[in-house]
Design a protein around this ligand. Structure first.
Ligand SMILES: [Fe+2]
Ligand SMILES: [Fe+2]
Length: 259
């Protein structure tokens, strides 16, 4: 085991710890508010409609946490997992000859994606929404276990193999992730400050300027669903539409031009 490989392994483990701690903190606070709201709701009127507006401060914090969780999952967790599948897992697979392990790790990633998608496409309405709370709980627990398996069986195995330049692998992963993030942050179109009458025109102009394969992230203060149908009618099969955040105060959609 080389010193450089050990240092790289420690950096990856530290990054996993930082990510799991961040998600744990956000999800635990989010669930605590939701559970409190649920017991409050059931101890008062059964007909009470607990829309988010009822207790403004708690509701604001709950909405803020929801958006922070979604942002973490889409902008940190997903790119991290994609980089691993491209650079980390193939190396472990090569010398460990343990394709069952790698497939189970990739299965975990697919499971994250399904859960993240179900959260991202959901508009927050009630703090006590049990499906929403349990989805967040599942992602958090799954990520804890996944990071632990990755540290123990993949990161350790790679760092013990002297034929691998682990630092180089980590650099490739960093480059890939920062490229992905640059694409998302450099190409943002925030229409929230524009008068509604100009929004669609601005968005279509932006789309027209794109080359095939390019994308931008649309940021809006309401669900741009009507715009989606307009895109569908005017640019059939020429665009991809992916929600990165669905409210309650901000909507973000990745719009990509395809050939
Ligand atoms: Fe992973
Ligand atoms: Fe990881």
């Amino acid at each position: 085991m080389t010193l450089q490989n050990t240092e790289t392994a420690n950096k990856i483990k530290a990054h996993h710890l930082q990510m799991t701690s961040k998600l744990n903190g956000l999800v635990n606070e989010f669930i605590n508010i939701g559970v409190r709201d649920q017991s409050h709701t059931s101890s008062t009127s059964s007909c009470r409609d607990n829309e988010l507006t009822e207790q403004p401060e708690t509701a604001d914090r709950f909405s803020e946490l929801f958006e922070q969780i979604i942002e973490f999952l889409n902008c940190e967790l997903k790119p991290h997992a994609m980089a691993e599948e491209l650079y980390l897992y193939p190396i472990a697979d090569d010398f460990k000859r343990s394709s069952d392990l790698i497939s189970s790790m990739i299965d975990d990633h697919r499971q994250f994606e399904t859960l993240i998608e179900s959260l991202t496409t959901k508009t927050l309405k009630k703090q006590s929404d049990i499906v929403l709370l349990s989805t967040c709980y599942s992602i958090n627990k799954l990520f804890d276990l996944h990071a632990e398996k990755e540290n123990k069986y993949i990161v350790e195995a790679i760092s013990n193999n002297d034929s691998v330049d682990f630092a180089h692998v980590l650099n490739d992963m960093h480059d890939y992730i920062s490229n992905l993030n640059d694409k998302l942050t450099d190409n943002r179109l925030d229409v929230r400050t524009l008068a509604p009458a100009f929004r669609h025109e601005t968005i279509f102009n932006k789309f027209e300027e794109l080359q095939n394969g390019d994308l931008f992230v649309l940021i809006n203060d309401h669900d741009p669903k009507p715009l989606y149908y307009q895109f569908k009618a005017e640019y059939t099969d020429q665009f991809e539409w992916e929600y990165l955040m669905s409210g309650p105060s901000t909507w973000q959609v990745k719009i990509k031009k395809v050939g």
